[in-house]
Write a protein that binds this ligand. Sequence first.
Ligand SMILES: Cc1cc2nc3c(=O)[nH]c(=O)nc-3n(C[C@H](O)[C@H](O)[C@H](O)COP(=O)(O)OP(=O)(O)OC[C@H]3O[C@@H](n4cnc5c(N)ncnc54)[C@H](O)[C@@H]3O)c2cc1C
Length: 422
Amino acid sequence: MKIIIVGGGWAGCAAAAEAAKIGAETVLLERTDMLLGTGIVGGIMRNNGRFTATEEMIALGGGDIFELVDQNYRHENISFPGHEHASLYDIGKIPGAVTRYLTGLGVDIRFQARVTKITKDADRITEVITKQGETFAGDVFIDTTGTAGPMNNCVRYGNGCAMCVLRCPSFGGRVSLAGLAGVKEMQGVKSNGAIGAMSGSCKLYKESLSPEIVELLDREGVAVIPIPADLVENHLDIKACQQYALAEFAENVILLDTGHAKLMTPFFKLSRLQKVSGFENARYEDPYAGGKGNSMRYFAMAPRSNSLQVEGVDNLFCAGEKAGLLVGHTEAIATGALAGFNAVRYAAGKELLVLPRELAVGDAIAYVKDQMKTSEGLGLKYTFSGSVLFKRMKELGQYTTDREEIRNRVGDLSLTGVLSSL
Ligand SMILES: Cc1cc2nc3c(=O)[nH]c(=O)nc-3n(C[C@H](O)[C@H](O)[C@H](O)COP(=O)(O)OP(=O)(O)OC[C@H]3O[C@@H](n4cnc5c(N)ncnc54)[C@H](O)[C@@H]3O)c2cc1C
């Protein structure tokens, strides 16, 4: 069984880990020279309902990548406005740790392998072909190419290319595998009706901040610094991550220590930021043009079943942002593991797994699919860490940080360890 995964963000990495673990020959094709995609500049894990989802995946036997991330934190169990028990991974160490982990599992990782063409036989993909001219044949394919950019979308629907970590000018923009296979994809919309959403955080060089702020970040992992009223900028309504669209995030500079200082706003005019005490020398690390904009996302989501099989192509699965308006690493890793599992089950001629709605992860996958049938639902974003999905988790009684309760919930459904073998 040969599984070809296109896109090495968190979803693709989790799919690759799962497929290789349960015995498939696994190839992971990544457009750039690093794994983790937008995750290279992320870091927030286990906040609010993400804790529950993470522990569910561990109990299901598909939490390997979560356990690896747990070993690479700079700060654990911190709080910041609206968010409890968050942990922050070290963005300097995590891409290397994941690359070594997948290589150890036998995953064949190819960098600078940007898929731009495919070969199809009726409703099946037979091969993918990279811009560099290499061909990869497989039994089953997984689209984890994400929804961010490329540059023309950032220019048309955002504030221009902000020079983000996706580095489209250097490696070529995102190309959707489902799109190449002829699938009609869906797009998210902002509250003003325009399509896409702007990424919600930037990174500042810590060394460009005052020693007091750096000391606070190193010690606490978080710094909340009030912004004088005349300097406030409010970009909350265009954010992809609606869980941080709270007034506190406009009225304060909220920084999290992921190695750099993660600034929890889509962008902030540099000359204005430099007027805030402690930020006189502030410099953006990501995106380089964080003073004027950020990457744009949610342009290409595939219609799919709750087993994450893409509609209209027999041997194609999807995960992460490609699988819907799901925001976050946890959401990408959880769906990635399920897509990796089901891709191998499909190749082996076995029944596909749909996670039951009694579980937070199963409910989220089904709920987002239903929500995306309505124009109102396409205007929202879904994450275990806040906004509508976290509210729903609490209403359904699914949110808990009690590991034993989560293990029992999975056990009562006879699903303990189901993702650990074929
Ligand atoms: C600035 C920023 C900060 C964030 N911070 C956080 C955070 O702290 N916590 C959190 O939970 N979430 C955060 N998020 C959201 C989170 O990163 C994403 O929702 C999630 O990681 C998406 O993962 P993905 O694998 O679906 O997509 P992506 O991360 O977009 O990965 C897709 C990958 O596919 C590759 N690719 C695309 N086309 C091709 C092709 N044709 N051939 C080969 N490869 C291709 C891309 O290069 C990329 O590596 C942040 C997002 C951004 C942009």
